[in-house]
Write a protein that binds this ligand. Structure first.
Ligand SMILES: [Zn+2]
Ligand SMILES: [Zn+2]
Length: 70
């Protein structure tokens, strides 16, 4: 199944991690799995798995901005 990797921050927000490369940001977030690559000629699966790949000890950017702008 194709998946999107997230960083889980202490504020409980999941922030997607773009992979390096070209194309629109939505395409850069989605990791195409091997089955999709082989069976669907590069088209992603109809369902996407959401995975936490790392945890951050800090808050996400939007929470940091909210804190700064207060
Ligand atoms: Zn897939
Ligand atoms: Zn947050």
């Amino acid at each position: 199944m194709c998946y999107i990797l997230y960083t889980l921050h202490v504020c409980n927000h999941w922030v997607p991690q773009p992979q390096p490369g070209h194309g629109p940001s939505k395409e850069r977030l989605l990791r195409i799995c091997e089955e999709s690559e082989a069976m669907r000629l590069g088209n992603p699966c109809p369902t996407t798995e959401h995975r936490v790949s790392s945890r951050s000890q800090g808050m996400c950017d939007s929470c940091l901005w909210k804190k700064v702008s207060k």
